[in-house]
Design a protein around this ligand. Structure first.
Ligand code: DX5
Ligand code: ZN
Length: 217
């Protein structure tokens, strides 16, 4: 069974507490928390105050996805805000190895995200140091976009790399995940499904989370 990480970006910010409780009481495994800076991506989301508030009420780990330039400046701040998993973008990291050690040194799991155009083979010499690879299956910046089909091939290639190297790196997929492609993604090697629009625009979000959880190989 895959891990399910509903994306808070699609929650109702006027009643965030209710959506946090819905996730707490559902079969979801993590909270997916998207941080955007208006520079790495053409959108701005939220930052430390919101994450701190989330952390107070969340009963599951915070999976924080940084879509920001110079992420290394803020590792400690995100740790203090409550991040359990901290994912940075390959494209925003000049010294990826150093950054991963710094994240782990602060006691968080370290993730690396790839934009749709970034090939997975670029991770060959660093895969053993990564706890989680987040494959972006849309261009980052917005929820509710259409899944890019080429992502399946990326997942398969990455899964092969991880298996060949004997690593325990998790594969997470983010963007356009729905009840139609979820099982096929798990079959291709995905361990963690992020879902924003699919969960929060559904009539029964908790039920949708359960359905995603049942996506089987
Ligand atoms: C997009 C974000 C995603 C987004 C996914 O840049 O990284 O986490 O919330 O939303 P959906 O599932 O609606 O594509
Ligand atoms: Zn995300």
């Amino acid at each position: 069974m895959p891990l399910i990480a509903p994306s808070v970006l699609s929650a109702n910010f006027l009643d965030l507490g209710s959506d946090i409780d819905m996730i707490n009481n559902s079969e979801a495994d993590w909270f997916h928390v998207d941080v955007m800076d208006g520079r790495f991506v053409p959108n701005i989301s939220f930052g430390m105050p919101v994450i701190k508030a989330l952390k107070k009420q969340a009963k599951k780990p915070l999976d924080v996805h940084l879509m920001i330039v110079e992420p290394e400046k803020y590792f400690e701040d995100f740790k203090n805000a409550g991040a359990d998993i901290l994912t940075i973008h390959y494209e925003a990291s000049t010294h990826l190895h150093r950054s991963l050690q710094a994240i782990k040194g602060l006691g968080m799991k370290a993730g690396v995200s790839l934009n749709p155009h970034t090939p997975v083979h670029l991770l060959e010499d660093i895969i053993q140091d990564i706890d989680l690879v987040l494959i972006m299956s849309v261009n980052p910046g917005f929820g509710g976009q259409k899944f890019i089909e080429q992502s399946f091939e990326k997942v398969r290639k990455l899964k092969k790399m991880i298996t060949d190297r004997g690593c325990d790196t998790l594969i997470e997929i983010d963007g356009g995940v729905n009840l139609d492609n979820a099982s096929k993604l798990v079959e291709a090697g995905v361990d963690v499904l992020v879902a924003g629009n699919t969960v929060f625009s559904s009539a029964n979000p908790s039920d949708t989370i359960q359905k995603l959880k049942q996506s089987a190989k």
